[in-house]
Design a protein around this ligand. Structure first.
Ligand code: HEM
Length: 448
């Protein structure tokens, strides 16, 4: 069908754009759940200056994210966030992105990952030791602990040194920018950073901490002269003239930033699911026990099949990256509907991943749905927690390995129990990633 005869998708009409933004901001996940229930898997919101098209269909993801990447770049929504995210892989486009994706990918090949795994297991053992110290004690929120172990893994793997204490303020500073990100994404006219609003002042302070720390860490690594970790390889690229110093800073910031919070959230939710499904937890424990008393090694990863499926099932039910957005740079047709030029296209992974057409009992926690037998016949795009196509997450394998190894190491010795009667609240702060909004209070118990 060509763009002249294709109709617009169905969807709600808003005479007042502020009403739309108010509804969306109050509860983005709930908003999209409602409009999909009312109008269907693809829909259109007639907003000025940019209409929005949502979709939850795997075949549409193929069109937008895989086949026609040039017609659907990341565009305006991502552009506005560069102020805090920098121009690293997550945000860059065109030639800069192509060149730097190639450079950074060298650190995430199968072989390179094998070398990084030792950092993951080191951080996993330290995390388990920290948790063991709290064994038998009162309940505490495990969310900050998840951030700590994921940041530790990222620091050791990407910066190649035990710099966790120096990196912790980065995590806090990143949280301080959440309000700015929310305004940038969900306001008609977000105030530019140079206007000294309360949020902008707070954001600028956080940016100074974030970029200042990254600069210091790069400087230290240069002095140490290591070349076999992610940063070392990129420093070599700077010295060869393949990357500018500013690009190096942006790429390192991106890896640290994109590479820790999402994995931390996944781990927190996985521990939560296991605390609610003792029969599943026992299977994770059995895999952990089969490794013996020693810490898991990279070679053990393949034996942690069920633990790996727990990670996937957690990402299906509660994907930190619950959706993404692209900008249509020309008129196009998706699923027989017109997607007009300028529209923001929003793939909503969190709804596809519970779509009854692709998943039996979609709300149940059932890791075995990821066995090869039960996955046969399901469109692969029905599970897209790392997005798809050439902009797919560069750290996908790394993140899955990390979560699998941390779960296994922990369960060799310990068990988490959720505070009885506590309901976790998976949701968004502003328009950011999915998080456990009211924390995950657990007690730790020695298994042996
Ligand atoms: C469970 C953990 C993770 C999740 C759910 C996740 C999710 C995603 C998603 C959905 C995207 C694509 C965004 C889009 O196209 O709009 C992405 C991109 C990216 N992620 Fe991850 N990610 C995770 C872990 C990591 C880790 C550990 C790293 C670092 C090694 C990382 C680095 C990146 C980078 C650099 C990009 C941009 C890739 C590009 O556009 O070339 N992520 N991630």
């Amino acid at each position: 069908m060509d763009t002249r005869s294709a109709p617009l998708p169905p969807g709600p009409r808003y005479t007042n754009p502020l009403k739309f933004f108010r509804e969306l901001r109050a509860d983005p996940l709930g908003f999209y759940r409602r409009v999909v229930a009312e109008y269907g898997d693809i829909g259109y919101i007639d907003m000025r200056p940019r209409p929005q098209v949502w979709t939850i269909r795997p075949e549409h993801y193929r069109e937008v994210l895989v086949k026609n990447v040039d017609r659907y770049p990341k565009g305006i929504a991502f552009e506005r966030l560069k102020v805090i995210g920098g121009n690293g892989l997550f945000f860059s486009e065109g030639e800069t992105w192509r060149k730097n994706r190639k450079l950074v990918s060298r650190s995430f090949t199968h072989r390179a990952l094998g070398n990084l795994l030792v950092h993951i297991t080191g951080a996993a053992v330290d995390f388990t030791d920290r948790m063991a110290e709290r064994g038998g004690g009162p309940a505490f929120d495990i969310v900050p602990e998840m951030a700590r172990v994921a940041m530790d893994v990222a620091c050791r793997s990407f910066f190649g040194d035990d710099i966790l204490e120096r990196a912790i303020p980065l995590s806090a500073a990143l949280w301080e920018t959440a309000e700015y990100a929310d305004k940038a994404m969900n306001s008609l006219f977000p105030p530019p950073l140079w206007i000294p609003t309360r949020v902008n002042r707070k954001t600028k302070k956080a940016l100074r901490v974030m970029f200042g720390t990254i600069d210091d860490l790069i400087e230290d690594a240069r002095r140490r002269g290591e070349t076999d970790n992610v940063l070392g390889k990129l420093i070599t690229a700077v010295d060869n003239g393949e990357l500018s110093p500013a690009e190096l800073r942006d790429e390192m910031w991106t890896l640290l930033n994109a590479g820790h919070e999402t994995t931390a959230t996944t781990l927190g939710f996985a521990f939560h699911f296991l605390s609610q499904h003792p029969e599943m937890r026992r299977r994770v424990e059995a895999e952990a026990d089969a490794l013996g008393d020693r810490a898991p090694t990279p070679a053990d990863v393949e034996r942690l099949e069920f633990t790996n499926r727990v990670v996937l099932e957690t990402l299906r039910l509660l994907p930190p990256a619950w959706g993404t957005s692209r900008e249509a740079v020309e008129d196009g047709v998706v699923g027989g509907y017109l997607v007009p030029r300028n529209a923001i296209v929003q793939p909503l992974f969190f709804l596809t991943q519970r779509h009854p057409e692709f998943w039996d009992h979609p709300d149940d926690f059932d890791p075995d749905r990821f066995t090869p037998e039960r996955s046969a016949g399901r469109p692969p795009e029905a599970f897209s927690p790392f997005a798809l196509g050439s902009r797919r997450c560069i750290g996908e394998r790394f993140a899955i390995l990390e979560a699998t190894l941390v779960l296994a190491t922990f369960h060799q010795r310990l068990e988490f129990r959720l505070t009885p009667g506590f309901d976790i609240q998976p949701g968004l702060q502003g328009f950011g990633p999915m998080r456990a909004l009211n924390g995950i209070p657990m007690t730790v118990h020695n298994r042996h």
